[in-house]
Design a binder for this molecule. Structure first.
Ligand code: NAD
Length: 493
């Protein structure tokens, strides 16, 4: 398995509209770390062009803090997309779709790559590469997040786009699957630089996105502010009498700019609804249960806050800055405030620092990975002492890790079910925009709970009937839905 390297803590300005979690991108390092950063930036070449000064333009020296970041697991043999194809093959065997659908699902419909220049605050120019992969749109417009990360590759975006197709099909959302991203270290950039990068990328995508064609949303490294910039750029390229109808070109916007209440926390909320289903089946009380979280951004921090309101106790957190633990409990609200101010969990006073391995070895009932793909390899799975892994992140478990978890009797709530809350509430936002409606939070939450519960039951029934894992069953239910639609519509010409 190829694993995603852990980024070093770096510095820059990034202010989130969509909640404190996304502020991990914020200003956070010492001068030595900054020098290390500049060196690393030169090595990995995620961004090209411009002078060395461009990166530091928005940086300000900050107080030094302890950093417990450790190296990532060793590089993997298979890419994220290749692993996805393995999962797909197992699900196809169980779902038995037509030959044509098997062929169609193996590759995305289109892969767009754009290279574009952006001027930095100091006047230097940089060249960026952005991707948008559109996997399938038989169920409706393409839909999927935009990721800003130095690890973005076309292969990664392909895998994430495919997962979106199955997520929407499983949940009964009338959208297809897409994903996009830019190779960029967002934490190295000022707000104005990020705005120019976002606007230029949106402009270059042109009519490859649109409210009836392909609808982006936030993902790792992006937030409500990013979506508002995308929306505004797209609207300004539309004719005056069409402008307002164009606000549905993105979801995950701030509420003031036309977003939906409840979208910010939706993915974390969905993770908790999925855990509720799992707990109910086992007559397991979440009140007093313990849990750990990897990644304290949008998904991880909201899931932790919502679970703790149900009485569950957060005992450990790992993010790109380090790991912390406290057997008596960590207050997710206080930790969110800390992360918003300091850029990560490292240095949080009301918990002990620990190593990444110690974090994975913490005894708890539940583990929520909510960071990157390929974080639970064989080694991490051997360390885990939990009853259930609820995949808030996309693709956090490697096949080797999954085999170990299964042999230990640890259940996995797969990503396309566990983290589907985001796309479900994105769909609600799109509907509200098109109808000029504003729904109440209670309405958003109850509809989300219903749709997740429904998908859970379909997954469970299939898994029991066919004796397959929740991951295979989730994908197979989605494939059967796609197969039905292709059978009814036929394949043109
Ligand atoms: P985010 O940018 O808000 O937060 C990312 C978190 O991951 C941060 O806490 C960061 O510190 C942590 N992280 C980064 N590198 C790490 C590393 N090497 N080790 C440990 N932690 C690390 O992103 P997000 O929106 O919360 O997304 C997290 C995951 O959830 C991604 O896999 C994303 O695709 C998935 N997801 C997000 C949404 C959404 O609505 N935002 C929806 C579905 C799935």
């Amino acid at each position: 398995m190829r694993t995603t390297p852990q980024p070093k803590m770096e510095r820059g300005f990034f202010r989130a509209v969509g909640g404190p979690g996304s502020r991990w991108l914020a200003d956070c390092t010492s001068e030595e770390e900054r020098m290390e950063r500049d060196e690393a930036a030169g090595e990995n070449g995620a961004e090209s062009g411009g002078g060395a000064k461009g990166e530091g333009a928005a940086s300000k020296p900050t107080k030094k803090r302890p950093v417990v970041t450790e190296p990532a697991p060793p590089p993997a043999d298979l890419s994220f997309y290749e692993v996805h194809l393995q999962h797909l093959a197992e699900a196809i065997e169980a779902a038995e779709p037509s030959e044509a659908v098997r062929l169609i699902l193996r590759q995305p419909k289109s892969e767009i790559v754009v290279n574009f220049p952006v001027r930095m605050d100091d006047g230097a120019w940089r060249q960026y590469t952005g991707y948008r992969v559109q996997h399938n749109n038989i169920l409706g417009p393409y839909k999927g997040g935009m990721r800003f990360s130095p690890h973005v590759t076309q292969e990664e975006v392909k895998a994430l786009a495919a997962l979106m197709t199955y997520k929407c099909a499983l949940l009964g959302v009338p959208f297809g699957g897409a994903k996009g991203g830019i190779r960029i270290k967002p934490w190295n950039h000022s707000r104005t630089e990020l705005e120019r990068v976002t606007r230029r990328f949106t402009h270059d995508l042109g009519n490859n996105i649109g409210p009836e064609y392909d609808i982006p949303a936030p993902d790792m490294g992006t937030n409500a502010q990013t979506m508002v910039w995308m929306m505004d750029t797209y609207m300004n390229g539309s004719s005056v009498n069409q402008k307002n109808a164009m606000r549905a070109v993105v979801t995950g916007k701030s509420v003031s700019a036309g977003g939906s209440v409840g979208r910010d926390k939706a993915t974390g909320q969905g993770v908790v609804y999925a855990i509720d289903e799992w707990a109910e089946e086992r007559n397991f009380s979440l009140d007093g249960a313990t849990f750990t979280v990897q990644g304290f951004g949008n998904v991880g921090s909201h899931a932790a806050r919502i679970l703790s309101r149900a009485g569950a106790i957060l005992v450990g957190v790992n993010d790109h800055t380090g790991s912390i633990h406290n057997a008596s409990g960590i207050d997710p609200m206080a930790l969110s405030t800390w992360v918003a101010e300091h850029g990560g969990v490292s240095g949080y006073g009301r918990a002990e620092a620990c190593t990444r391995d110690e974090f994975f070895g913490l005894a708890a009932d539940l583990f929520i990975p909510a960071a990157l793909e390929f974080q639970i390899g064989r080694h991490e799975a051997q360390l885990l002492q939990v009853k259930c892994v609820a995949e808030g992140a996309n693709g956090p478990t490697t096949p080797e890790g999954e085999a170990v978890l299964t042999s230990k009797g640890i259940e996995i709530i797969p990503d396309i079910l566990a983290n589907a809350g985001g796309v479900v509430v994105s769909y609600f936002e799109w509907v509200q925009n098109r109808r000029s409606e504003t729904w109440l939070l209670s309405e958003v939450d109850s509809r989300l709970k219903y749709m997740l519960g429904n998908a859970w039951q379909r997954m469970r029934t299939f898994a029991r009937e066919r004796g397959v894992s929740p991951r295979t069953a989730s994908l197979a239910v989605a494939i059967r839905r796609l197969d039905e639609v292709y059978a009814e519509r036929g394949i043109f010409p």
